[in-house]
Design a protein around this ligand. Structure first.
Ligand SMILES: NC(=O)c1ccc[n+]([C@@H]2O[C@H](COP(=O)([O-])OP(=O)(O)OC[C@H]3O[C@@H](n4cnc5c(N)ncnc54)[C@H](O)[C@@H]3O)[C@@H](O)[C@H]2O)c1
Length: 373
């Protein structure tokens, strides 16, 4: 069993809690990236702790809070009461000026770092997930430091540099804790598809000369990102995820855009991405790709979290601490060290887990069995 804590009971949390219930009630494993990691199945995930700051969520059972406004994830499944009451968090920079009417902070007493460390301990949390709005620089560090001091595994889903920052990596290591991150890479989101196309173009001998990835959506995540001052790290994270597939990443950076590009309320949790790539191929002749992707953005994130939560617990079971780059490269946009392709990232992960004696099944790389022959 894995005891999970959630920071920010927004749309991803709403999808994740329902997803775990969905896989608990079925024998089906369709849609899961891996069925088993370190002996854990999706239904070994339990929610043990949650914090938010919204007056519509604080004080409610998690099963109720996930459907409170302004969350937009529909009710796919009846989630029974979890017994986890959402606690008041520390607001800091989690709520942007233009989001006050959406997130509506409660007027309850805010916890100190010591309070959070104690609560994590009292609730026996194994893994804490950061699901704060983009731009929550101070708030993310507040919860990350508390997680490190409590000795739990911290999964940083947002584009704040924590696992990738050597200062925080050593803090986690010194406290015998683990950090995975940064900025979760959706199961089939715009980043992974843009990266796959960029890698493919490179291995076919062509050269990318310019590219953009425009993303629009209709939930609080996209509304929050209308404030451009909150986007600095998001743009770095998304751009570097694509540029890092190239032989000389810096060469492409001036002609590459990848980032949030608009808020369209009627889209709800559907994210629409437009990816354009111009490359020069044989004899310098141009090749152009224009692709439109439409996904449920929150399902994409929850699918990856169902893997990463189990990975974090399996690594803790083997006493892995700090912020190992190989553990994050496949699952995050801005890991401590980027792999050139997602196949390389997954291969490194499989090799390291094998070394540690951690089972991961099924193997998704078709060439794994040839390598092992
Ligand atoms: N595919 C994806 O959805 C995806 C991919 C990568 C990264 N992310 C990032 O994951 C994060 C979560 O996404 P989401 O759609 O669930 O966001 P959301 O806007 O639905 O939820 C954010 C929640 O955080 C709460 N909050 C704000 N300040 C807080 C604080 N100081 N303490 C505790 N709670 C606080 C809000 O009340 C809200 O419930 C976002 O930063 C998003 O950009 C999402």
């Amino acid at each position: 069993m894995i005891r999970v804590g959630i920071v920010g009971v927004g749309n991803i949390a709403a999808m994740l809690v329902q997803a775990v219930e969905f896989y608990r009630r079925t024998e089906r494993t369709n849609g899961l990236i891996h069925h088993v990691i370190g002996g854990y199945r999706a239904d070994d995930i339990r929610f043990a702790y949650a914090v938010d700051v919204s007056k519509h969520k604080v004080g409610k059972d998690l099963a109720e809070a996930i459907f409170a406004k302004p969350n937009k994830v529909p009710k796919y499944i009846d989630v029974l009461k979890t017994g986890v009451v959402v606690r008041m968090g520390k607001v800091l920079d989690g709520v942007a000026e233009h989001m006050i009417e959406d997130f509506e902070p409660a007027s309850e007493l805010e916890p100190s770092e010591k309070d959070i460390v104690r609560e994590l301990d009292e609730h026996d949390v194994d893994v804490l997930i950061n699901l704060l709005p983009v731009g929550s620089a101070k708030a993310s560090r507040f919860y990350a430091e508390a997680a490190a001091k409590a000795g739990v595994a911290f999964i940083n889903c947002i584009p704040e540099f924590i696992a990738s920052d050597p200062y925080y990596a050593s803090m986690f290591k010194e406290n015998n804790a683990l950090a995975l991150g940064d900025d979760i890479k959706g199961q089939l989101g715009s980043t992974i598809i843009h990266r796959a196309l960029a890698s493919l173009i490179t291995i076919r001998g062509a050269e990318i000369v310019e590219s953009y990835q425009l993303n629009v959506g209709g939930n609080t995540d996209f509304k929050n990102m209308l404030d451009h001052s909150r986007l600095t790290s998001k743009k770095i994270s998304k751009t570097m995820a694509v540029a890092s597939t190239q032989p000389e990443p810096e060469k492409l950076l001036g002609n590459l855009f990848a980032g949030p590009s608009g808020y369209i309320p009627f889209l709800g949790n559907t994210k629409v991405s437009y990816i354009y790539i111009k490359a020069l191929g044989f004899m310098g002749l141009p090749v152009t790709i224009d692709l439109k992707l439409s996904v449920d953005d929150k399902a994409m994130a929850a699918a990856v979290l169902v893997d990463v939560i189990r990975l974090a617990k399996a690594l803790r079971d083997k006493d892995v601490k700090g912020a190992p780059d190989w553990a994050s490269a496949f699952y995050f946009k801005y890991p401590p060290k980027q792999a050139k392709s997602d196949e390389e990232a997954l291969l490194n992960l499989y090799l390291k887990l094998e070394e540690l004696g951690i089972e991961i099944e099924p193997k998704r790389l078709y060439f794994w069995h040839y390598l092992k022959k």
